[in-house]
Design a binder for this molecule. Structure first.
Ligand SMILES: Cc1ncc(COP(=O)(O)O)c(C=O)c1O
Length: 454
């Protein structure tokens, strides 16, 4: 079981820089009291993050109510691409709410009209239908349903196999959890769907064979007939690393899907809206999917997600056959539209690419300094990871990753608890408006924390 951050009041070494301010005991007794109320009311699973009660958050900073300010390397969980609490997003939300218009179910609303137009204008040509939902898992469930429906409609009844990748994450609902096998999260499902199969992800670190033959060989070993594959789904990059597939692998995968009439779906829930230094993460591969899922950074704030895809796939269900209560909520749509406009106006995709190079360079230096304990430091744009390993090998070192995160927290740098295979990944994903100066300061904090943790 993952560790809880202890609710013990301890003094921190005072910090005061442009990006971080910390003093006194952290957490203080008032914070502890409030978190204890949560711990009483909520399941254990909600206890995994550092003990700060977010009071407000702006730009690249998160504040508590006691004068402490953290530099944020989490973006919540890769949500706030446009920066925390952006004025334009706050205004758009307030304006929409105060019309007043708070919800419309699937009745049309103007904000949904504008958002769908905007998303289609940003999506690659041919991917011209948008189904707006609320959470990431809803979109991957929907993609699973669409891929299967399409397979069986265009092929035989057997064309219903879904191929996904080992150590992927697509959400925590039934179908999503079977497609994503990270950490054995699907273990609770007694009757696993035998037509959802996994192949190794060619990350080049734990899976050294990055050739596309491995995909075909694995399907052969699993007894999967290629003609029976309805679709292949992959996170554009695996959040667990972040792990990227080689460009050639992605191209071969696209060709394979075309050859066997299988759909290709990228789960862009983390990768979209500039995170990787490109508007869409799959631009890194020069490959177009048939459908893709977005969420998180689409609004930099309120819960909204979508499946975007080709008409032949998206139109498989008739009126009122594929809906969700909060689909296209006007306030969420207004927030998403405002966030996309901020990303465009403030050139945050470009900033992600530019500042991402600085992040990458500094993480490589840290990896070089602690090469026995940091096995891999993948990065693209403003998403990166430090994969902590047991001395000299590749086994994940959760304790070390957790200690680094905890020490960073106590130095004024905020990251969510470690993720990935064996919990060994210290994941770095600041808001895309971050400056080079802030990235350098945050990396220096990480370097100190690794040093002190060894
Ligand atoms: C790649 C990916 N897919 C799907 C999800 C699930 O999204 P949600 O938590 O909004 O259901 C996540 C969430 O972390 C994700 O990172």
């Amino acid at each position: 079981m993952a560790k809880e951050f202890p609710l013990i009041s301890t003094e921190v070494k005072p910090v005061s820089t442009k990006f971080r301010k910390l003093s006194g005991p952290v957490p203080n007794s008032a914070t502890i009291k409030e978190i204890e109320k949560l711990r009483e009311a909520e399941p254990l699973s909600m206890r995994g993050q550092p003990p700060v009660i977010w009071d407000r958050a702006e730009g690249v900073n998160v504040y508590d109510a006691y004068g402490n300010m953290w530099l944020d390397f989490s973006s919540g969980v890769l949500i706030t691409n446009a920066g925390h609490g952006h004025k334009s997003i706050v205004e758009a939300i307030t304006k929409q709410a105060s019309r007043p218009l708070l919800t419309t179910y699937c009745f049309p609303n103007e904000a949904r009209v504008k958002l769908t137009q905007k998303l289609i204008s940003l999506a690659p040509q041919g991917l011209n239908k948008v189904f707006v939902l609320s959470t990431g898992a809803e979109t991957t469930e929907c993609a699973l349903k669409l891929m299967r429906t399409y397979g069986r409609k265009t092929g035989t009844d057997d064309k219903s196999i879904i191929v996904s990748f080992e150590n992927s994450f697509h959400g925590r609902t039934l179908g999503a959890q079977q497609m994503g096998s990270l950490g054995g999260g699907e273990a609770w499902i007694k009757n696993l769907d035998p037509e959802i199969v996994q192949v190794p992800f060619p990350d080049g670190f734990r899976c050294q064979d990055t050739s596309f033959e491995l995909f075909e060989r694995t399907l052969g070993r699993l007894g999967v007939e290629p003609d029976n594959v309805a679709g292949v789904i992959s996170e554009t990059y695996q959040g667990a690393g972040p792990n990227f597939m080689p460009k050639q692998y992605a191209k071969d995968l696209r060709k394979w899907c075309d050859k066997y009439g299988a759909l290709l779906c990228f789960d862009e829930i983390q990768a979209g809206f500039g995170r990787c230094g490109t508007m869409w993460g799959f631009e890194l591969y020069d490959v177009l999917p048939d459908l893709f899922c977005i969420g998180k950074g689409v609004s930099s704030s309120l819960p909204i997600s979508a499946v975007i895809g080709a008409e032949r796939v998206m139109n498989l269900y008739g009126p009122n056959e594929m809906t969700s209560t909060h689909s296209g909520n006007p306030i969420c749509c207004a927030a998403a539209l405002a966030s996309i406009e901020v990303i465009e106006k403030e050139k945050l995709v470009e900033n992600s690419a530019k500042v991402g190079l600085v992040l990458k360079e500094h993480l490589q230096l840290i990896k070089g300094e602690f090469s026995e304990r940091i096995g891999f430091a993948p990065a693209a744009g403003l998403v990166a990871g430090l994969l902590m390993v047991k001395k000299g090998g590749k086994d994940p070192d959760y304790e070390l990753a957790w200690n680094v995160g905890n020490l960073c927290f106590r130095k004024g740098l905020l990251m969510f608890a470690p993720v990935g295979v064996g919990g060994g990944c210290v994941k770095i994903a600041p808001p895309l408006c971050i400056s080079e100066e802030a990235v350098k300061e945050g990396c220096e904090v990480i370097r100190e924390a690794v040093k002190e943790s060894l």
